[in-house]
Design a binder for this molecule. Structure first.
Ligand code: PLP
Length: 457
């Protein structure tokens, strides 16, 4: 039995939470999560909730997997820590690097044979900024510094991560972006398409905003473009199929590096180990974190493609960059166990061929709901746009806060979904079965109905 009030009091007294309005937190009292199993989490009051967000898009293998706890325990008892600086290494870090290299498919002779480790997505994107700039320095083009990201993209919370991202609320706090970071619009068809424009046409036009930006900045000053395969935190924005191939054409034309931030999308989330495979492009660097360990312990990193690795390793000398926990043996051992578990249970294939298509099919049904303007999925991420008027697709007035109303009904009914403005989003654990997809859909419909009732009353 937990003393919820006591935990909440201590929480308010001492804990500064990430992305939290503390006045609001104090008024409501923090929800205290004490336990989790499979796809459910439990709070201190004994409420069971279906976690349709996999924590923060990360618990791909589901909760309470003994294999992962065992791997951590064994590694802690063998070698809990040693650093990888100054010519030392450890076995789990080496084995994981080789495993990750084997999971990243080669495209047109370009492969990923190297990994640089960190402990998070944000750190990994800081690494990307330094690595990209070092690459161009080594090639004698130090003026190539500008990295282009996208408005409403999310690449983390450090100075560089938040700068690469395009969240205006984040830029407003702390004088961001840092110099030499630029942004283009996101490929959001529902919001940005012209009347009569097909998704395919829009995808090409949206990608060409990158070319416009490169020309505006000056092609010889541009170092790289960074994007999420599917924008996650921005509201699960799934680009048209034509988008990434056109981005590829443009980065190739100007010779700039392509960074695929797959912190959410890799490790099966879109039905592939790495998401560039799904969209058919060829990144030079891939950011990963979250699903690599199913979130059980912190681990992140950058998969470094041959083009960059060759210069960095053969011409580079020492790269003055690294973290105490780069290649942490416990984190790497847990990642290996996680990947092994996902392979044994065929979770990636299941999302690609079975539960992912099934979720998409069930999401189609939501289109009939009076509140739903659009409902779309890609693998095991999905978004539902709530609209005031289905016929005209008119949005609710911002002061209605329809997303927050809906989220409130989700909590009340034992469902965790995230609200991004008026878009309700999901990213369920990949272990979710068809029967559990049905359970999820039942809850979503219940919560949409409750939201509608509240709006009408
Ligand atoms: N990149 C993307 C695409 C993300 O979604 C996130 C986190 O949600 C990050 C980077 C930052 O990762 P972390 O929170 O592990 O620093």
């Amino acid at each position: 039995k937990h003393d919820t009030a006591a935990v909440q009091t201590l929480d308010s007294a001492h804990f500064i939470h990430p992305f939290t309005d503390h006045a609001d937190l104090a008024a409501q009292g923090a929800k205290v999560i004490v336990k989790a199993d499979n796809i459910h989490v439990f709070d201190s009051e004994g409420h069971k909730m279906l976690d349709a967000m996999s924590g923060l898009w990360c618990v791909n293998a589901g909760y309470a997997r003994k294999e992962l706890a065992d791997a951590a325990y064994q590694q802690m008892m063998t070698l809990p820590f040693y650093n990888n600086f100054f010519n030392t290494t450890n076995v789990p870090a080496v084995r994981l690097a080789a495993k990750l290299a084997s999971l990243a498919p080669e495209v047109d002779g370009r492969s990923f044979r190297h990994v640089f480790y960190s402990s998070s997505g944000s750190e990994s994107n800081d690494t990307n900024v330094r690595m990209v700039r070092r690459y161009w320095d080594l090639l004698g083009q130090p003026q190539r510094k500008v990295i282009i990201g996208r408005l409403n993209g999310y690449h983390g919370s450090t100075m560089a991560g938040a700068s690469l991202g395009g969240m205006s609320g984040m830029h407003a706090q702390g004088d961001l972006p840092i110099p030499d970071i630029q942004h283009i619009e996101q490929p959001y068809f529902a919001e940005k398409a012209r009347a009569g424009e097909s998704a395919a046409e829009f995808g090409v036009r949206a990608a060409r905003w990158l070319e416009d930006k490169i020309l505006a900045v000056g092609p010889d000053r541009v170092a790289a473009f960074i994007g999420e395969p599917v924008q996650g935190a921005g509201g699960v924005i799934i680009p048209p199929d034509t988008y990434w191939p056109e981005i590829q054409r443009i980065v190739d034309k100007y010779g700039i590096l392509l960074i695929s931030d797959e912190v959410i999308c890799a490790f099966g989330r879109l039905g592939h180990w790495f998401a560039y495979e799904k969209f058919g492009y060829k990144p030079d660097l891939i950011t990963f974190a979250k699903g690599v360990t199913s979130g059980y312990v912190p681990l992140g990193g950058v998969m470094v493609g041959d083009r960059v690795a060759k210069v960095l390793i053969e011409q580079g000398g020492e790269f003055n960059h690294g973290y105490t926990y780069s290649g942490h043996p416990v984190a790497c051992a847990v990642a290996l166990a996680n990947i092994e578990l996902m392979e044994r249970e065929g979770l990636v294939e299941r999302v690609r061929n079975d539960t992912g298509p099934y979720l998409a099919e069930r999401f189609e049904e939501l289109q009939a709901h009076p509140l739903v303007g659009a409902a779309d999925t890609c693998g095991f991420v999905g978004g539902i746009t709530l609209v005031k008027n289905k016929a005209t697709m008119a949005a609710f007035d911002a002061d209605v806060g329809v997303g927050m109303i809906c989220r409130g009904h989700c909590f009340k009914n034992g469902l965790i979904m995230r609200a991004v403005g008026d878009r309700m989003i999901i990213a369920p654990p990949l272990v979710m079965t068809r029967a559990q997809v049905d359970e999820l859909m039942g809850l979503i419909k219940l919560c949409l109905d409750a939201t509608l009732d509240e709006l009408r009353s």
